[in-house]
Ligand binder design. Structure first.
Ligand SMILES: [Zn+2]
Ligand SMILES: [Zn+2]
Length: 340
């Protein structure tokens, strides 16, 4: 079968690789139908971290079930499913606690399409089939009426945006939210969209990027054009979504005393300074960590099925399958590749 492969930094090509096969009766094979590009994909394929040789690309998709192990209950061949980008078992202590990103049975950062991070190749979704080792935990059926292109990002980024605000809005219903976007484009938009869907009293979106500000306004947020120097006011819930220490500092300064600062960011390249004296004095609750895709995707799908969340509104470019090698490294806020 064909698999889009990053052969070296910035160089992508289709490669012929062996078709995956079921290796246990709790497994499934999925044929990806629509694959969204995660905010980390471009930096990763451009050599953000040292590459360990060629690796398969793509970790957000809706696909079709093409094979099922004999012990898998509640799923059917031909069904369309959102696939968790993180590989997790669903049965260990951490998975059962909802911390599926930290599954005890697998190496840390066990994800599709991100072999440079974990060192393990689980395959990539820009291929004709992927093997899903824990089908019941990792696959989430969607109704046939929903478009795979609209929902491909639920595997990761749309869910990441949801979890950035959902627990904090549940604790403080109707609270006002600020999303600080400084380099993690689609996740910041999904966070704004989720905050609106979950009844935030107001959602402000701070960024230096005019196109992103315009996009956020279309989703219903209020644009705050900023050079990330000084926030105009403070908020009880702030989302830090970016790559620059200046953006994090801005987000911290925008957090109210005893407010929550949720970071969805990965700061590569070593230590980042935090103003702990300020955080201590004001009681800023700083929360950082990855989303737990397998555990959280069902909550996002409930909102989608209720018509309250439309992840497709964040998509800025859709290309055909054959265009993937050329399009994958192009700039676009949210790219989706669809199979013909
Ligand atoms: Zn991702
Ligand atoms: Zn587990």
């Amino acid at each position: 079968m064909r698999q889009l492969t990053c052969v070296s930094a910035g160089k992508l090509e289709w490669r012929e690789v062996p078709e995956p096969a079921l290796a246990g009766d709790g497994e499934a094979l999925v044929r990806p139908l629509a694959v969204a590009r995660c905010d980390i994909d471009r930096p990763l394929a451009s050599g953000l971290v040292p590459l360990r040789g060629p690796f398969a690309l793509g970790h957000e998709c809706v696909g079709e079930l093409i094979a099922l192990g004999g012990a898998v209950r509640g799923l059917a061949l031909g069904q369309r499913v959102v696939v968790s980008f993180q590989v997790s078992c669903g049965g260990c202590g951490r998975c059962r606690a909802g911390h599926s990103a930290l599954c005890e049975r697998l190496p840390t950062l066990s994800d599709y399409g991100m072999q440079p991070l974990s060192g393990v190749e689980y395959g990539g979704m820009l291929s004709d089939a992927i093997r899903v080792p824990f089908a019941r935990a990792m696959l989430h059926p969607i109704p046939p009426s929903l478009d795979p292109v609209e929902l491909a990002s639920v595997s990761d980024n749309a869910t990441d945006g949801w979890r950035a605000v959902a627990p904090h809005l549940a604790a403080s219903p109707g609270a006002e939210v600020l999303v600080v976007s400084h380099g993690v484009d689609s996740i910041s938009l999904y966070a704004a969209q989720a905050a609106l869907a979950l009844g935030a009293g107001r959602v402000d979106f701070a960024s230096a990027d005019a196109a992103l500000l315009e996009h956020a306004e279309k989703l219903g947020a209020s644009a705050v054009a900023t050079d990330l120097a000084k926030p105009p006011r403070s908020y009880p819930i702030v989302v830090d979504a970016g790559l620059s220490p200046a953006g994090l500092t801005y987000a911290l300064r925008a957090t109210e005393p005893e407010g929550v600062l949720q970071s969805v960011s990965y700061y590569p390249g070593g230590a980042v300074e935090l103003p702990l004296v300020r955080m201590y004095t004001l009681g800023v609750r700083f929360r950082v960590g990855r989303c737990h895709a397998a555990a959280q995707i069902p909550e996002v799908l409930k909102l989608v099925e209720a018509g309250r969340l439309r992840p497709g509104a964040v998509t800025t470019r859709v290309v055909d399958w054959e265009e993937a090698p050329a399009a994958w490294l192009e700039p676009a806020t949210k790219l989706v590749v669809r199979r013909a």
